[in-house]
Design a protein around this ligand. Structure first.
Ligand code: ADP
Ligand code: ADP
Ligand code: MG
Length: 494
């Protein structure tokens, strides 16, 4: 049996995985770069090993070095988290070759799903509906033009190796087609070292709805219901929820069956997410499979009562899934807000600084998956997501109310975050009614959603730890607090 697991990641997800591994009685091995030497994921681990090198390629993206550390530390398995090497088939294979268990699907499934063209072909064979499109050779311009015409404009040019919204171009008329194909191919070559692109029908006013799946080594496959992820900026999710306010029991059944069909066709093991795009008339189309734990997995954990990291570990240990489809249900409603160090009113520019104050809200049904603590500094070297705020309650409206409260109680001073935008989204009537689509944030600019922080919100956000009413004895506290207010741009003269 296992004693130690190395986590090949950093930030909030490394901290999150540590919690479950330690609760299961396993020792956690962290890895870190010089810049991360004092990071939270290092502080919570049982042991931490330095990575040689400075660039990502030399460190968190370096399979050889990570596997060597895992062997030296005496780990039996590696959890890749999300991002970094989590969807890297050669890494999964190298782990196996070194006698280490990679906590994720098999290398061949990772490789096949990492190619959106192959993924679409496999799903078509499996009878899972895919977005109408064309996956042929890009070398012939005539063929592309003909294909786009037969699909019908608008079309979307996408990168076969795409991810994180990169290598995508919307084309509304034939005149823009060829330059968009070239642009997308260039971007894809730069980001993924793979210039292949394909064309898809652009679904108007769609929702992004995805299903969490799990397969074990004994041929069992289950789904844990859906997550609605339509609130996106630049094709990246920022607010997620489960269940989706749009999904009826009939649609859930149909999409869940499609997700299971997809997983069974692939012989899928461990955690995965089958992403769909859904048109307003409820027609759904397969988008892609993410072969890893997803950022937004906590909303599924809240409504199903299951620990997805534990399930991943148990499956990787060869155990059968502990429950069948009929034993799974969604209870209540959960919402997740991604807290980014960025300035939404300045083109989502990443923000840096020192977290002079970082005070997380607490209460029933409130969860904070955080990669930072007060006093930490935030740089530009890694993903700007600092934490995820998750609320659960018995109904959607109550979960929203609770999120609104929790956002106001998340006190952050010293680094600009997107909390005011998140608040604006939650307050918007369209969101309240569950009538959102992936264009929500394009239709409604960040500026229109962010309201000036009211005096009440500023007061709410003030951590009690640093606030004290003016008196002779606590003048220092007052002056420190006002300095923090000024740094955070919240200071207003009375
Ligand atoms: P990535 O690998 O970058 O996540 P996806 O294929 O999952 O790429 O697409 C990301 C997002 O782009 C989707 O959530 C959706 O908002 C948008 N999108 C993708 N394909 C389409 C499409 N055919 N029509 C409309 N929007 C799409
Ligand atoms: P149920 O009738 O309880 O839904 P089924 O046998 O019809 O159970 O299976 C439903 C899903 O659950 C299938 O996808 C199957 O692969 C999976 N499954 C069946 N038995 C098990 C088990 N012992 N452990 C985990 N998953 C299982
Ligand atoms: Mg995607």
């Amino acid at each position: 049996m296992w004693q130690k697991v190395l986590i090949a990641n950093r930030g909030e997800i490394a901290v999150r995985i540590t919690q479950t591994l330690q609760a299961m009685g396993l020792r956690v091995v962290a890895i870190y770069t010089p810049m991360d030497a004092d990071a939270l994921h290092v502080r919570v681990a049982d042991e931490a090993w330095p990575l040689a090198g400075n660039t990502l390629k030399e460190t968190y993206l370096n399979p050889a070095q990570i596997i060597q550390i895992a062997k030296q530390a005496g780990a039996q398995a590696i959890h890749p988290g999300y991002g970094f090497l989590s969807e890297n088939a050669p890494f999964a294979q190298a782990c196996a070759d070194a006698g280490l268990v990679f906590i994720g699907p098999s290398p061949d499934v990772i490789e096949a799903m990492g190619d959106k063209i192959i993924a679409k072909q496999k799903m078509t064979e499996a009878g899972v509906p895919v977005v109408p499109g064309w996956t042929g050779e890009v070398s012939s311009t005539k063929a592309i033009e003909k294909a786009a015409k037969s699909i019908g404009y608008p079309v979307l040019v996408k990168a076969a190796a795409g991810g994180g919204g990169k290598g995508m171009r919307l084309v509304s008329s034939p005149a823009e087609l060829l330059s968009a194909v070239e642009g997308a191919a260039r971007e894809a070559e730069k980001a993924f070292g793979d210039a292949r692109v394909f064309i898809e029908k652009y679904i108007e006013s769609p929702r992004h709805i995805e299903f969490q799946i799990f397969g074990d080594a004994h041929g069992h496959v289950i789904h844990l219901g859906e997550r609605e992820c339509s609130i996106q900026r630049r094709h990246q999710k920022i607010v997620e929820e489960s269940p989706s306010p749009f999904v009826t029991p009939e649609l859930r059944e149909a999409m869940g069956q499609a997700a299971i069909q997809a997983a069974k066709t692939l012989g899928y093991t461990n955690a995965g997410t089958v992403e769909f795009i859904v048109a307003p008339d409820q027609t759904f189309y397969f988008l892609e499979v993410n072969t890893r734990l997803q950022v937004e997995h906590p909303v599924t954990e809240c409504v199903t009562g299951l620990d997805l990291v534990r399930l991943q570990v148990e499956i990787a240990q060869g155990k059968p899934l502990p429950l069948t489809q009929s034993q799974i249900s969604q209870r209540g409603h959960a919402i997740e807000c991604r807290i980014y160090a960025e300035d939404p009113s300045n083109g989502f520019l990443p923000a840096t600084g020192t977290l002079n104050v970082w005070n997380e809200p607490k209460g029933p049904g409130i969860r904070v998956d955080s990669g930072v603590e007060q006093g930490d500094s935030v740089g530009v070297h890694f993903d700007p997501m600092l934490a995820k705020l998750i609320t659960w309650d018995s109904s959607r409206s109550q979960a929203i109310e609770k999120m609104s409260w929790a956002l106001r109680r998340l006190a952050v001073l010293g680094v600009t975050t997107n909390t005011a935008l998140l608040q604006g989204i939650l307050d918007h009537p369209e969101f309240r009614q569950g009538e959102t689509d992936t264009h929500f944030l394009q239709r409604l600019s960040p500026e229109s959603l962010i309201s000036e922080p009211s005096e009440a919100i500023v007061m709410d956000a003030l951590p009690l730890a640093t606030f004290a009413p003016p008196s002779q004895t606590n003048q220092t506290a007052v002056s420190e607090t006002s300095t923090l207010w000024k740094q955070a741009g919240l200071w207003r003269n009375a």
